[in-house]
Ligand binder design. Structure first.
Ligand code: 1HN
Length: 341
């Protein structure tokens, strides 16, 4: 066969096998065997979203919405609700006196409290009162309802691993049918037990999710401040600590790693990348993040996403604290996680 005949035969072959629902591996996209994803870096300004959340609260009732949430959807993942291929993020508002009824689902959820006092979430029969900067755990398949007993709007960031259950075809959800406030344990029970370097003597490692339910900001802030007074900053991260499951030292969720970092005033980080796509929420301070060469200024409560394997660097104008979550827990468990500095 001449080269021309061969190429015609090959084209013919490709057409024929397409009808059999098979494709030749040698024609796959080159990008398929490289790190990174199609996701775009993006920063969402809290000042803009906050106004839209307040507006949403006047346009759609709690009953209609069940959860009044504006989803931070990656511009490259339109129609999915996802912020990266493996994570979901949304901002939820709850107005004074409102209750968001109880339900449960197979995805895990975290809440990160942005603003407001008086908000609570009832998780698996225990009330957790949320203060700004607190990180709250909703283990998968636990009943959860939210409320606001304060006098101002309460807003938090929801982080979920819904893309995982979607991927595996394992998304289940149901509404709670019974009395919402039955069997409520005293507020603070989980933190008192699991947040004091103690475990119940017969504690059996149950689920893979942290039993502590809440990581109060005051404690996290103090841990970071103490590190900053005594240790040297990491060249890329400043002072960064990950939240630990107190029962096993691992991540709070089998899928999601969660962290808080402190950048001293004037901090200028070196470029860094890793395979975990990460969602950041600014808590205090001001600065700039450069993601794959694109610069974004940030202020308190702004949220930005650094997709997998995008190089980024952080700069802080003033003392800055940033919360973050990523899919690193799942990647580590599966042996996929990589980083480069
Ligand atoms: C959910 O249950 C909540 O309970 C918030 O507040 C956001 C996004 C996707 C699926 C379930 C909540 C959610 C969610």
């Amino acid at each position: 066969m001449t080269a021309k005949d061969l190429s015609l035969a090959l084209a013919n072959f490709s057409r024929e096998i397409a009808a059999l629902d098979v494709m030749p591996l040698w024609e796959r996209r080159e990008s398929a065997m490289r790190p990174g994803t199609e996701c775009a870096p993006r920063l969402w300004r809290y000042s803009e979203l906050r106004l839209k959340l307040i507006e949403a609260a006047s346009l759609i009732s709690k009953e209609q919405a069940e959860r009044r949430v504006l989803v931070l959807e990656n511009p490259k993942l339109k129609g999915t609700t996802f912020i990266t291929n493996s994570l979901y993020a949304g901002l939820q508002i709850i107005q004074p006196g409102e209750v968001a009824r109880s339900h449960r689902h197979t995805p895990n959820a975290l809440r990160f409290l942005m603003e407001g006092e008086g908000g609570y979430t009832d998780v698996g029969g225990e009330r957790v009162i949320m203060h700004p900067g607190d990180f709250v755990v909703t283990p998968n398949w636990s009943w959860h309802a939210h409320g606001n007993e304060g006098s101002c709007p309460v807003v938090w960031l929801d982080g979920l691993d819904t893309p995982f259950t979607r991927f595996f075809g394992a998304t289940f959800r149901e509404n709670y049918a019974g009395n919402e406030n039955a069997h409520l344990r005293e507020h603070g029970t989980a933190l008192a037990a699991f947040g004091s370097n103690l475990l119940p003597v017969d504690y059996k490692q149950g689920g893979a999710v942290s039993p502590v339910l809440v990581y109060p900001y005051a404690r996290t802030r103090e841990a970071l401040a103490a590190a900053a007074r005594n240790d040297a900053p990491h060249p890329a991260h400043g002072f960064k600590m990950r939240y630990a499951n107190p029962a096993n030292g691992r991540h709070p969720f089998p899928t999601m790693a969660v962290a808080m970092q402190f950048l001293p005033a004037g901090f200028s980080g070196v470029p860094y990348r890793s395979t975990d796509g990460t969602v950041f929420a600014v808590v205090e301070g001001e600065g700039e993040v450069e993601i794959d060469g694109e610069r974004f200024d940030f202020s308190p409560h702004d949220i930005f996403v650094v997709p997998s394997w995008c190089s980024y660097r952080l700069r802080a104008k003033h003392q800055t604290v940033i919360f973050s979550f990523s899919d690193r827990a799942a990647q580590e468990a599966l042996g996929f996680w990589r980083e480069q500095s």
